[in-house]
Design a protein around this ligand. Structure first.
Ligand code: AMO
Length: 438
């Protein structure tokens, strides 16, 4: 029953079929979204990645063998239809295909675990287990179309601004962001780790390329179950020579405006599917110091000891007051990684920032230490062994410029753009403490 494609080739996507093509023979390919039979008439709604199209079958006008074949169709069968385009007032989009031949390219194994039209609701775990069907649902599809344009525009922005794209190793010998979130892997006769961040490599590369960016996977053995943590994620990292935190914060603002504008024009349809109107935020984004945030929280009865990171309930509370994008600056040095530069006037506070959107942290970054002695001291203060970082440290003897950068979580940015509450919605096949398949 399953046929080969043979020499049939699609001539048009559903979006390209219009009444203007009246009388033309076309070949369309896709999935059967719905079949309706009304006496001698059969309507097949064919779906491809661009949308849907109506194929109208008149029992008396097609070969009996074709009618018999099409009668066997079920939802999500993969078909190719050769036929003539006809303008029709009754048909959706004013156009339909009158088939002359058809091929059934594949069948399905019912029942399907999920409704691909999205009309029947399903919980996230069921959807993720049957992700390929879930991705056919218009809202899920829209998220990943937006992701595609988002990635393209991020890349475009950095290239236009003189950054060079790099890829750094994902199998590494030492931790960069603290040891607890590392995944060990067996590497020939030793233990290696999956990279948590391109941090050390991107810093080193500023000593050559000056401005670099990387878009790549990082791995974090996150033991907690939250709606914003993954074990594998795509991070957008930049690092820039002869720059400070303030410079890369401005880059982050410009990047946000650039991609929002792009998405507004290039993803209007998808944003509508998600019922989103993207407001282009005004720059500069507000800046709050860590101390100001603590004071804000105290007014709400939440007391955070100075020096500690902001826990989820505190972030949620701040999110009630601050709705859009903003920065938190001037973090306690001890709360941030060893490579962040302490302030010259007050070394207890460092030149780090978090880029927030309401309650959600989208990026963090800062000015880095470029003085080797200070870096060694900071490693020791954080209980790390400088010997483990000898390859990184040696590059500081070879002309390391002052530099700054940030790391931005792609899926978190996508959550904000698409207005979804769970980060897993924004990853094709998410990995977390509970999920390793599909
Ligand atoms: P940090 O650890 O803050 O900084 O990570 C940067 C950004 O990456 C995203 N992110 C995550 N997203 C989903 N799941 C996770 N488990 C996860 N962990 C991080 C967040 C976060 O803001 N090297 C520094 C960056 C720098 O200073 O350049 C770093 O990795 O959006």
């Amino acid at each position: 029953m399953i046929e080969d494609l043979g020499d049939w080739r699609r001539t048009h996507l559903s979006s390209e079929i219009s009444p203007k093509l009246e009388g033309r023979e076309v070949v369309v390919c896709g999935w059967v979204q719905r079949i309706r039979q009304l006496g001698k008439l059969m309507f097949i709604v064919l779906r491809d990645r661009e949308g849907t199209l109506q194929v109208t079958v008149h029992r008396n006008k097609v070969k009996p063998t074709l009618f018999e074949k099409l009668k066997k169709l079920k939802n999500e069968y993969v078909i190719a239809v050769k036929g003539i385009v006809q303008a029709s007032k009754e048909a959706p989009k004013g156009v339909e295909i009158l088939p002359t031949e058809a091929k059934i390219l594949n069948i399905t194994n019912p029942p399907l675990p999920l409704d691909p039209t999205g009309k029947v609701p399903a919980d996230l775990d069921t959807r993720l287990d049957a992700r390929i069907i879930d991705l056919r649902r218009p809202k899920t599809f829209a998220i990943f179309k937006i992701r595609h344009v988002l990635l393209q525009s991020i890349r475009e922005f950095f290239v236009k601004n003189g950054f060079i794209e790099v890829n750094t190793p994902k199998i590494i010998a030492t931790a960069t962001e603290g040891g607890t979130e590392l995944f060990p892997v067996s590497y020939f006769d030793r233990v290696a780790y999956l990279a948590q961040s391109p941090q050390l490599y991107k810093e080193e590369l500023t000593a050559v390329f000056e401005k670099v960016f990387e878009i790549g996977p990082v791995f974090r053995a996150e033991e907690h179950r939250t709606t914003r943590h993954l074990a594998e994620l795509i991070m957008i990292d930049i690092e820039e020579a002869f720059a400070t935190a303030e410079d890369v914060m401005r880059t982050l603002e410009e990047l946000t405006i650039y991609v929002f504008q792009k998405l507004k024009t290039e993803c209007a349809v998808e944003l509508k599917t998600l019922e989103r109107t993207l407001e282009i935020p005004k720059t500069p984004f507000p800046r709050y110091t860590y101390d100001e945030i603590l004071k804000m929280l105290e007014k709400d009865g939440i007391v955070i000891p100075w020096g500690e990171d902001l826990p989820t309930p505190a972030l949620r509370k701040i999110g009630e007051h601050l709705k859009g994008p903003y920065f938190i600056t001037d973090w306690p040095t001890k709360s941030k990684p060893f490579y962040i530069k302490p302030r010259n006037d007050n070394p207890e506070v460092c030149e780090a920032f978090d880029f927030m959107w309401s309650w959600l942290e989208l990026a963090s970054g800062g000015t880095r230490i470029h003085n080797k002695e200070l870096l060694i001291e900071r490693l020791k203060n954080q209980g790390l062994n400088p010997e483990s970082f000898k390859y990184h440290l040696q590059t500081f003897d070879w002309g390391m410029p002052p530099h700054a950068g940030f790391g931005l979580g792609l899926a978190r940015l996508l959550m904000i753009i698409c207005g979804v509450n769970n980060i897993r919605e924004c990853v094709l096949f998410p990995r977390d403490i509970d999920r390793l398949t599909p």
